[in-house]
Design a binder for this molecule. Structure first.
Ligand code: ATP
Ligand code: MG
Length: 597
């Protein structure tokens, strides 16, 4: 399965949107398939957006097409440059090595006017944003041409300036079962509308005093066709256009025309826009545009168990400091997943595994976790680390002696390589791997019992050393060095194998153990997600790690043997000390029940 998302040659998934694209390709309806991913820069991208990115870039990639990254930034109030930068980084990370050759960026400084007049804009492919001269598309770049389109619509008698207040507009609109009423301003002359619209743009009127509306049908059963708002007055600076504009287009007007301006062929959005499709088509058709028109298709949003997929709610988690930021490794944001150590390929694989449908549902988070484990199992370097160390002395190994043991780096590799780990007189084992009073069928270490140290030898517990308070200080064991691989006793069998690190060669590291952020599958089903936060979603421990881990870098997949998958956190922790995030445990612990109180 992983191949399907990572290899260029592997077959693509099938779904109803891909079927439509395939028909359009067969009928040669477009010179090139062009999709877009159009986030509003009012928050970080989350796992739901990842689904949309994989769909849009996947289609572009499968059809030798292009997918434009477009900031849907027509609403000046909520948007921010921090979000723009984060979105670019997250999209590039998610598609790197997979669909980056399909990424449509515009040449830096390309003027919207040129984009309108040159007929078929075809922008740079695969160019990175930044100093080499390309940047993502911004819907706000089109404010000029959008204004011209609005003027054209007025000239055709298909839009008018309306003086109803926002509240009155709402009242006149009616309800799904009750037709609306015509605005008294609906019959204004084209000349008067043109004059008023120009004056709206010139800043003559305060916020809310007037709006531009499409003239469609106030009795339409589709409420979106009841003379929808196209422009409103907002004397607000915009993060991209500054104070140049005081009128801003609404989503429905800006979106279809942005799609048209960029030469988009398939405009894919989520199901709540089904009813907007008639307006999308009406606007494009009313303008009598010369080039092939884009079409809108809708699919079901991703809803994921134990997870919020709404920027607004995620923002609340950030603002109320439930998490440390948008990229907190517990956040379902792309940045959070990346920081936690989830590979981009796993998110892409997940997006492919859930498929694309027309029906809303709740996806089991176990599927995402499974996908992450599968990918990491394939790629992660195996390393030894002890999260909750207890000291163990191998009394028959002299102090200062280092016994080299071969440890496998990744048994999943075609030709696995090894490294050397040093067994010394003093080692650490996991506190959980020793039980003074073992429960039945306990195969780890117990007084008088045997266990194999992974990659090394069998040891026997001779003595438990305690302090005055009765706490275990050290375990004293003897090592059967002949039971090492290749030794005369190598065939000796014991029931348990545990991991360990040398006490003298290992280094200390901070390890952050994450669990789910919410303790119910649908955190916001009752509208009170803040009351369902899992109080045990983060535990920080000081671990001992084998020396090879000192070279670990952020983004590198690691398995701490018997414990789970981990990744270096570039951001958190104490200077001079490595910090690791647990990406995911080896087995799903959650199904055993909620975390202890
Ligand atoms: P939110 O409610 O989190 O703000 P949004 O839909 O308003 O989400 P946008 O920035 O407008 O966020 O979305 C960009 C694109 O991502 C849109 O095409 C949208 O359809 C898609 N998208 C957003 N959320 C999901 C989701 N949960 N599943 C699939 N696609 C999504
Ligand atoms: Mg939105």
């Amino acid at each position: 399965m992983t191949e399907a998302v990572t290899s260029a040659a592997a077959p693509a998934p099938a779904d109803f949107i891909r079927d439509i694209v395939a028909e359009d390709v067969a009928a040669r309806r477009y010179a090139k398939i062009v999709t877009r991913f159009p986030p509003e820069p009012n928050g970080y991208l989350h796992i739901g957006h990842a689904k949309s990115i994989c769909l849009n870039f996947g289609i572009a990639r499968e059809n030798h097409g292009r997918c434009n990254l477009r900031m849907d930034d027509t609403n000046p109030a909520k948007e921010d440059v921090e979000y723009v930068d984060a979105i670019i980084e997250d999209v590039q990370w998610l598609i790197a090595g997979w669909a980056d050759h399909c990424l449509g960026f515009k040449p830096k400084g390309a003027t919207p006017a040129a984009q309108v007049t040159d007929g078929r804009p075809d922008f740079y492919l695969g160019a990175a944003p930044g100093p080499d001269g390309a940047e993502p598309f911004f819907a706000s770049d089109y404010f000029g041409p959008l204004y011209e389109f609005a003027v054209t619509l007025i000239g055709k008698g298909r839009a008018y300036v309306c003086d109803l207040s926002p509240k009155e507009t709402e009242e006149y609109r009616g309800s799904p079962d009750k037709p609306g009423r015509d605005s008294p301003f609906r019959t204004r002359s084209v000349a008067e509308n043109l004059d008023l619209f120009a004056r709206m743009k010139a800043g003559e009127f305060p916020d809310g005093a007037r709006s531009l509306r499409a003239k469609i049908d106030m009795a339409s059963p589709n409420i979106w066709l009841r003379d929808p708002l196209l422009y409103r007055i907002r004397h607000t600076a915009h993060h991209h256009t500054g104070t140049q504009w005081c009128i801003y287009p609404l989503y429905d007007f800006a979106h279809c025309l942005s799609d048209y301006l960029e030469g988009i062929t398939h405009s894919i959005c989520t199901l709540e826009f089904v009813d907007h499709r008639a307006l999308y088509d009406w606007l494009l058709e009313s303008l009598g545009l010369p080039r092939a028109l884009p079409h809108q298709y809708e699919f079901a949003k991703l809803n994921l168990g134990y997870t919020l997929v709404s920027k607004r709610k995620l923002l609340q988690l950030v603002q109320e400091k439930i998490v440390s930021g948008w990229d907190d490794p517990r956040m379902p944001t792309i940045a959070g997943f990346r920081r936690r150590g989830v590979p981009a390929a796993a998110l892409r694989q997940f997006a492919y595994a859930i498929g694309v449908t027309k029906f809303d549902g709740l996806t089991d988070v176990a599927l995402l976790e499974h996908t992450i484990r599968e990918e990491l199992n394939r790629t992660a370097l195996r390393r030894l680390a002890v999260l909750k160390p207890v000291k163990l002395v191998l009394t028959n190994i002299p102090a200062g002696e280092v016994i080299a043991c071969d440890a496998t780096n990744n048994p999943q590799d075609e030709n696995p390589t090894t490294r050397s780990v040093g067994l010394t007189r003093e080692i650490y084992i996991e506190a959980d791997d020793f039980a003074e009073v073992p429960p039945p069928k306990y195969f780890r270490l117990k007084p008088g019992g045997d266990v194999r140290l992974k990659y090394a030898c069998i040891i026997t517990c001779q003595e438990v050393v305690k302090d005055a308070a009765g706490r275990i200080v050290e375990l004293h064991c003897t090592a059967d060095l002949d039971s090492r691989a290749g030794g005369p006793n190598a065939a000796r069998k014991v029931k348990g194998t545990i991991h360990w690190v040398s006490a003298t060669q290992s280094i200390a590291a901070e390890v952050r153990l994450y669990d789910r952020l919410f303790n119910v599958p649908e955190p916001d089903a009752d509208g009170a997600f803040l009351t369902h936060v899992n109080p045990h979603s983060l535990e920080i421990v000081t671990a001992r790690i084998e020396p090879a881990l000192a070279a670990a870098a952020p983004g590198q997949a690691l398995q701490f043997e018997r414990l789970g998958y981990f990744a270096v956190d570039a951001k958190a922790g104490t200077p001079g000390r490595l910090t690791f995030n647990r990406t995911i445990s080896l087995k799903d612990t959650w199904t055993k029940g909620p975390a202890p109180k």
